[in-house]
Design a protein around this ligand. Structure first.
Ligand code: SF4
Ligand code: SF4
Length: 185
């Protein structure tokens, strides 16, 4: 008898708990969905979100201020200087260490390193967490043009400098010749 009553009790509980669940489902059934079909759709990101960094490479002057400000040394950069122009080799950020604190952003004198809105960084290989922020390696086209112009100007300056003593000698010797002529008269 006890077993029969427990059986019906269980049936009733199953029915009741299903109804409770379905009542919540029914409440949201006709409402606009609040979920998005990630990764095809994404929720809007707040403006001040601290995601994966991005670098405005053209503005960067390789001053290392961001790397020095990082409390866990996860920024490394390498570039060769050609006068004022930079030939970029690497600018890496290790996302195995980065804690997205934004302390590297504030000291930048050129305001060229930023926290972006990208957050999806999934990989099977740990080495890929060392992310290169460069958008190009080597020198930009504009930098090459500026470097060629600067070299040209420098060469012209040096040529002018080399030619100057001859002019000066001529200028210095001219009054002496004039004085000799005057003495002869
Ligand atoms: S966000 Fe913080 S931890 Fe990450 S690179 Fe910048 S300073 Fe370093
Ligand atoms: S602080 Fe700014 S300008 Fe200096 S190396 Fe970092 S990103 Fe480049």
């Amino acid at each position: 008898m006890v077993t029969v009553s427990r059986y019906f009790n269980n049936v009733w509980k199953s029915f009741w708990t299903t109804m409770v669940g379905m009542r919540i489902t029914g409440r949201y059934l006709l409402q606009k969905p609040i979920t998005v079909q990630y990764p095809d759709e994404r929720m809007p990101i707040p403006n001040r979100y601290r995601g994966i960094h991005y670098l405005e490479q053209e503005k960067c002057i390789d001053c290392l201020a961001c790397a020095r400000a990082c409390p866990i040394d996860c920024i490394e950069m390498d570039a060769v200087r050609h006068g004022k122009e930079l030939e970029w080799i690497s600018f890496t950020l290790d996302y195995q260490k980065c804690m997205f604190c934004e302390l590297c952003v504030y000291p930048c004198p050129k305001d060229c390193i930023h926290m972006g809105t990208e957050y999806a960084f999934v990989t099977y290989d740990r080495s890929e967490f060392k992310h290169d922020l460069l958008s190009y390696k080597g020198m930009s086209r504009d930098a090459k043009i500026r470097m060629v112009d600067a070299d040209k100007k420098k060469a012209e300056k040096e040529a002018a400098k080399a030619a100057k003593p001859a002019h000066e000698e001529a200028a210095e010797s001219a009054p002496e010749e004039g004085a000799e002529d005057a003495g002869a008269e």
